[in-house]
Each structure stands twice: as C-alpha cells, then as structure tokens.
Design a protein around this ligand. Structure first.
Ligand SMILES: Cc1cc2nc3c(=O)[nH]c(=O)nc-3n(C[C@H](O)[C@H](O)[C@H](O)COP(=O)(O)O)c2cc1C
Length: 330
C-alpha cells in the first residue's frame, strides 16, 4: 500500500457498495483515505445545505480530489429552485451524483423544513427531485428513512417512492428505520428498530428502481447477504470506525483478485503523502488524522493511538510526528 491508486471512472454507475454521508465524518480527507482502500465503493459527502452553497463558501463546500470518483454530493433543502441551483453547482464541480437527504432528524434540519420531516410531504419531495433532475445530467438520488413519527405506513412510503421515481430518480437509498423527531440524532440511529423486510418489499414492488439498503450493517458479510435482496448496500458507522473494512470489498463485492488487507500501520504509511501535501497547504494535521483514530480499533494500543492523534491532549502536530509514531509501531 505505498503507491496511490490511479483515479478510476467507472463505465457504468454502480451502487453495489456505498459509504454513507456522515456529517463531520465523510469530509474530503476521510474520502481520500477511503479511496486508498477501495476503488469501487461509491462515496458520499457530508450533507451540504443547498442554501449554504448558494450564499456561503461554495468552493470549500464543494472541494474534492479527483481520486474520489465515484463521489456523490448530498444536499439538504426543500425549495425546488434552490436545490436545482445547488445541484447545478455540484454537477459543474464534477460530482457523479446529487443525493437529496430525507433522513436527517436534527433540530436544525427540522427548523429548515428538510431532512426527515420532508417524508411527510411526498408532493414537495417529488417537486424537488423534478427540479434537480431537470437541472443536471447526472443521477439524482434520494436517501430516506422508512417513515417519520406516526407517518410510518408502507403505503405512505410507497407513495413517496413512486413520486420520486416518476420525478426521475432511479436510485433510492433506504435507511431501514423510521425517524422519531423527538429523539436526538444519535438516539435516532439506535432506537427506531431496523426493518430490512420493508426495504426488500420496496425492491420487489419497484423492480425498476436501484434500491440500496442502509442501517446497522456491521460486517462485509452482512452487506453481501443483503445483496441477495437489494441492488446495493450502504455502510455508515462501520466504514468510518473501522476503515480497513473497505480494503476487502473490491475483491469480495466486485470480484477479482483478492489483495491482502493492509495492516493499520501500512495503511497509515500510505496516507502519509496526502498528509504531507495537505499539511504543506495549511490544513491542520488533526483535521485529517482525526479520521484515522479508529484505525487500531480493538487492537492493543488503540486508546493510546487515539490520544496521540486527536483532541486537545494529542501530541502529533506534524506529519513528522506521525512518522515517529509509525517508527515506534513498526
Ligand atoms: C456522525 C454521523 C453523521 C451523519 N450525517 C448524515 C448526513 O449528513 N446525511 C445523511 O443522510 N445521513 C447522515 N447520517 C446517517 C448515515 O448516513 C446512516 O444512514 C446511518 O448512520 C445508518 O447507517 P449505519 O448503521 O451503517 O451507520 C449520519 C450518521 C452518523 C453516525
């Protein structure tokens, strides 16, 4: 794992294995590191609020490295014209897909009337997808939960899905639980029960849609088992907390010669050229190394490693410090 893989542009869009959008996690640094482990998985940005793209630091919000392809920009919003304008910016920046977030239950998002609370409004969602679809030539996809609060019938979900399909969405990413808006975001990822059967039923009832299942997948085996029922799987926390999980998937999901999974230290060594380049450009080391804290998950020294790399007490300030740590661990 010393040389960086060349960027790949897949001939056909493929959603078989996706890494979920995660705020404060799947920024461009994490995505770059993930791409050193898998050439094929589809990567998603953190949710970017469409309004912020129009009026905020657009260049920073859209920044990504060419190595990240295939990479999707996730947008949050509920105004069709604003979302269309934001989608246009994403497409012009070179993203491969624009994804609309219908899953986020945070208070901030509820105040803006988007994210999970949009599940209540299938007509508005369809209008948003239509506007985005007409604005760009790349796929518009939707990531949604199965319902929200008391709006959790299969019929409602099917109405929502039919609406986005008729609006031009061909790929649906389903987080297999509903959102409870009185719970915080963390509890919302634990408490509402997972319902994979409902996701499978959507696939059966909408065979023309590419359906991707998300939620609670912990191992590659979990994901491979789901591929018997759906077109793709999306990993969130497992891919972030245990990034080396991604190293196995190109061979296991897409076929081909299995490559040896790198050791955490070999992977860290492969990240060093990126740390050097970005650090020289002025990116603080911790903005990057914080994504590598989970690298030694479950291994001896994991806690010491985390302490070293992140937080106020961390003592790694430059790539040279990381090299020194690596030398100690070799
Ligand atoms: C820290 C964190 C941030 C998240 N941010 C987003 C987000 O920006 N957009 C989104 O659609 N989902 C977000 N999610 C939800 C994930 O995309 C995913 O749907 C959820 O974690 C369930 O998948 P998992 O069980 O594999 O983690 C976030 C999840 C986590 C843990």
């Amino acid at each position: 794992m010393s040389a960086l893989p060349a960027p790949v542009h897949l001939p056909e869009p493929d959603w078989r294995f996706c890494v979920a959008p995660m705020l404060a996690c799947t920024d461009r640094h994490y995505r770059y590191f993930a791409r050193l482990l898998t050439r094929r998985a589809r990567l998603y940005t953190e949710m970017v609020v469409a309004q912020a793209l129009l009026h905020g630091p657009r260049e920073r919000l859209l920044a990504f490295d060419a190595i990240e392809h295939p990479v999707a920009l996730q947008l949050g919003g509920s105004d069709p014209a604003t979302l269309a304008a934001a989608a246009r910016m994403g497409a012009a920046a070179g993203y491969d897909e624009i994804n609309l977030n219908l899953g986020c239950p945070s208070d901030r998002v509820q105040a803006g009337r988007f994210g999970a609370c949009l599940i209540r409004e299938p007509t508005l969602v369809a209008e948003c997808v239509t506007a985005m679809h007409e604005a760009v030539g790349i796929p518009i996809t939707v990531k949604t939960r199965l319902g929200v609060d008391e709006i959790d019938s299969y019929e409602h979900l099917a109405r929502l899905v039919a609406g986005v399909r008729d609006a031009g969405c061909r790929v649906l990413l389903l987080h297999a639980r509903k959102a409870l808006l009185n719970l915080d975001t963390r509890a919302n990822r634990q408490i509402p029960p997972l319902d994979y059967a409902r996701v499978h039923r959507i696939k059966r009832d909408f065979p023309d849609l590419c359906v991707v299942l998300n939620g609670g997948l912990a191992t590659l085996e979990d994901g491979l088992a789901q591929l018997a029922h759906v077109d793709g799987v999306m990993f969130g926390r497992a891919a972030y907390e245990r990034p080396l999980l991604l190293a196995d998937l190109d061979a296991r999901v897409y076929g081909g010669m299995p490559l040896p999974v790198p050791s955490p230290t070999a992977f860290l060594a492969a990240c060093l050229p990126y740390l050097d380049t970005e650090f020289a450009r002025g990116t603080p080391l911790r903005a990057m190394t914080r994504h590598l804290c989970g690298l030694f998950h479950g291994r001896p020294g994991a806690r010491a490693w985390r302490r070293l790399l992140s937080g106020d007490s961390g003592s790694a300030h430059t790539p040279a410090d990381v090299r020194a740590v690596l030398a100690l661990m070799a």
